[in-house]
Design a protein around this ligand. Structure first.
Ligand code: FAD
Length: 467
């Protein structure tokens, strides 16, 4: 007898409940990944397809070592599974749960169908600290505010991560992974920037805990300091679980209690991810429907030229341009800068957050079905627990505060490298001779700001007051 593990966003061996359960049965185990073509199921964007390809290659090798073959197919999940279960004579199917409404619908239909054919189906806990329905307010409702959500989560007993299954059969040499789904040509620029796969994820966690956790609480806001874990793409593809991270941090706190404050700060940020999944599960479609209804009436502007300049990192606002160029060059952007670029687009430029969300989706290696739309809605004002509408970031003063020495801007906007710190975040207002000395011609070597920050702030406030 043979059973099948349908892998989705869980490309790992350790703490993989579906894989563990399959290996614990006395059946032969095969694994399957499907590039899904189902309505409403969101496939990865271009940059993330690059990651996915390499992650599958790594997973196939790891599974091969314990004797489990990985098949990679494409199409509607129900059809692929129909074929695979027939071809391999499958008697049981395991998967780890996913939480978007459209994904749940696909999974539910497939479960019913397989069961009607006499195939056993078991779904297991997905990659969250607490499944969305297990955590509720005192009134039995989903949380809409983060702080009480965190207070409840932090005292929970979070499941212990499971060990990777031991050898299940003779080692196999993995077949090549179909290249069709590799990302576009431009993604080769990411080669060498990341160590993709389960071992790389584990190393990223341990390097972070060893070297950067202590500077995290303060440093995480400063894009030039490189103080965060960079675990987001590993989490996105499930190369590591939130549970593994949780327990590693707790073990560290137990051994070195003086690191508890930093450890809890990090876990409280990790919990935002669970909060996003909570929203994803309980809402209709967070990538297209504003969570605060009144935002359905928001009058967004169409401004293709400004949107293009924003995408290309040519807005004339240095910290924003640095962020958009970091995104393009690495598939990643630091969190505070994500907030600043999103705020410029949705508030100063009044361009619909969905446009920005889609651009991020295509460019981020960590594009996440819950975190990306939830964060965009948070910045735009339509999200749960969103920033109050009158809080509009000023990217110049934010740059001066969080990139005071200009390391970040100089790294990504080299044409401003020679400009004095005093003017670096607002080059258009620098005196002529200062600009000349730095070799900068506004409008030629670096754009003039595409939007006036002061008047566009007023415009954004008026538009939001209309709601
Ligand atoms: P760390 O600070 O080291 O945090 C560790 C982990 O905790 C992260 O990997 C992430 O899973 C979680 N986390 C930390 N901060 C947040 C947060 N504010 N919200 C949700 N989860 C968080 N994150 C994504 O994973 N995918 C996205 O597509 C994504 N899009 C975003 C879009 C916008 C407009 C904004 C403002 C934020 C977005 N984020 C997204 C959240 C956050 O910016 C990233 O998770 C974080 O920068 C990743 O870097 P890190 O792993 O070094 O983070």
């Amino acid at each position: 007898p043979t059973c099948l593990v349908w892998l989705r966003n869980d490309l790992r061996l350790a703490d993989n409940p579906a894989l563990t359960a399959a290996c614990a049965s006395d059946m032969r185990v095969v694994a399957l990944y499907i590039h899904e073509a189902d309505d409403g199921v969101r496939g990865p964007g271009s940059a993330a397809r690059w990651w996915l390809h390499h992650s599958l290659v790594s997973l196939a090798a790891d599974l091969g070592k314990i004797g489990i073959p990985l098949f990679v197919e494409a199409g509607k999940a129900a059809l692929v599974l129909e074929r695979a279960t027939n071809d391999h004579g499958i008697q049981a199917v395991h998967w780890n749960r996913r939480y978007a409404p459209a994904e749940r619908e696909v999974d539910h239909t497939i479960k019913e169908h397989l069961r009607s054919r006499g195939i056993a189906v078991a779904s297991h806990v997905g990659n969250v600290l607490a499944e969305p329905w297990t955590i509720q307010t005192g009134q039995g409702k989903p949380y809409s505010v983060y702080s009480p959500f965190w207070r409840t989560l932090k005292d929970r007993a979070i499941d212990e991560p499971q060990q990777a299954p031991k050898k299940h059969g003779e080692p196999l040499k993995p077949k090549g992974i179909d290249d069709t789904y590799k990302a576009p040509k431009w993604s080769t620029k990411f080669d060498g920037l990341w160590t993709i796969g389960e071992a790389g994820a584990r190393k990223a966690l341990h390097d972070f805990l060893d070297e950067r956790l202590d500077i995290y609480p303060e440093g995480r806001d400063f894009p030039g300091r490189d103080a965060t874990s960079r675990l987001s793409p590993h989490l996105r593809f499930g190369e590591i679980t939130a549970r593994q991270i949780w327990h590693s941090v707790h073990a560290l706190i137990e051994a070195e209690p003086e690191r508890a404050e930093a450890g809890y700060k990090f876990l409280s940020e990790l919990a935002w991810r669970d909060f996003s999944y909570h929203q994803l599960y309980h809402r209709q479609d967070i990538a297209s429907v504003p969570m605060q209804e009144k935002y359905a009436g928001m009058r967004w502007r169409d401004d293709a030229k400004a949107e293009k300049a924003w995408q290309a990192g040519q807005t004339g606002i240095p910290i924003v341009d640095a962020g958009m160029r970091e995104l393009w060059a690495t598939g990643y952007m630091q969190n505070r800068v994500r907030m600043l670029v999103a705020s410029l687009l949705t508030k100063n430029l009044l361009i619909d957050w969905k446009n920005g969300e889609r651009w991020f989706w295509d460019c981020l290696v960590d594009c996440d079905i819950a975190n990306n739309p939830a964060s965009w809605q948070w910045v735009a004002g339509s999200g749960l627990d969103a920033a109050p509408y009158f809080r509009i970031f000023n990217p110049v003063t934010q740059g001066e505060r969080f990139d005071a020495g200009g390391d970040y801007v100089r790294r990504w906007v080299p044409e401003l490298a020679k400009l004095d710190d005093r003017w670096l975040h607002d080059p258009a207002s620098a005196p002529k001779d200062v600009l000349e000395k730095a070799g900068i011609k506004i409008g030629e070597t670096y754009p003039a700001p595409i939007v006036d920050l002061k008047s566009s702030r007023e415009r954004a406030l008026d538009r939001q007051k209309e709601l």
